[in-house]
Design a protein around this ligand. Structure first.
Ligand code: ZN
Ligand code: ZN
Length: 251
């Protein structure tokens, strides 16, 4: 399995980067986890949009779903009409998109995207990958993802405050993409719906993850500080996700 970071900034992008999106590829299966503002441009470097197998959206905040807007148009007017793309997203996702896209889109939205409503504990097969959802703790309905292949597993926190359910999603994962929006000194501020560096490290340690990749770092903060603080808590390998970063598992 190959993972490409399409974007990893929190809420607004760093220069030359995008907000959250992660492309998982195994053989001919291309699964996208979140598709925030700016991801479309970086995905276009890697893939014809017609080849996307499915998109999963953790929650309906723009830094996690905004580029469904251009993706809709890319598919809607694609010469091969690759419609019916499975879109795993919280209830109401097409209504939210419809309000952004306007009246004309409403006929085509449910034809271009085949919305599968996600809920706690549900799971789907995408090619040879198994995708599961765990409720997160955020200020809107939100999920952690876990994706498993034959000999690998990836967990992704989405946006969340610290809670035990995060550990269930990340249990023994080979790769844990965990948000670390703020440095450890900001634990009180983060508690409204995000994690600090230290909490990401603690979650990785308690879940027994093999490697921690920090995502959703607020652009105003120094990634090196966030990585160091998470390392001190985790005790295992930690990196900050970078634009276009590529990782391989199970090969
Ligand atoms: Zn976010
Ligand atoms: Zn959010």
């Amino acid at each position: 399995m190959r993972l490409t970071v399409l974007g990893a900034s929190a809420t607004y992008p760093r220069p030359g980067e995008a907000c959250n999106g992660y492309l998982l590829q195994e053989k001919d299966t291309y699964l996208i986890l979140d598709f925030g503002n700016g991801c479309m441009s970086f995905l276009a470097r890697a893939l014809d949009f017609a080849r996307i197998s499915a998109v999963a959206i953790s929650h309906l905040h723009v830094d996690h779903f905004a580029d469904l807007y251009p993706l809709f148009y890319a598919l809607r007017f694609h010469p091969e009409r690759p419609w019916g793309l499975p879109l795993y997203a919280p209830d109401g996702a097409l209504e939210v998109l419809g309000r952004l896209l306007g009246e004309e889109s409403r006929t085509f939205l449910p034809r271009v995207f085949s919305h599968r409503v996600i809920s706690p504990g549900c799971g789907f097969e995408v090619g040879g990958m198994r995708l599961s959802f765990y409720p997160a703790r955020h200020n809107v309905e939100a999920y952690h993802f876990r994706v498993e292949g034959g000999n690998w597993s990836v967990a992704y926190s989405g946006d969340t405050a610290y809670h035990d359910g995060l550990l269930d999603a990340a249990r023994g994962a080979d790769l844990f993409l965990c948000e670390a929006t703020m440095p450890r000194a900001y634990e009180k501020e983060a508690s409204i719906g995000h994690l600090t560096s230290r909490q990401a490290g603690e979650a990785a340690r308690l879940a027994g993850a093999a490697e921690l990749i920090l995502v959703h770092i607020w652009p105003a903060f120094d990634r090196r500080v966030i990585v160091r603080e998470a390392e001190e808590e985790f005790g295992g390998p930690v990196r900050a996700a970078r634009q276009d970063m590529r990782l391989s598992l199970g090969e």
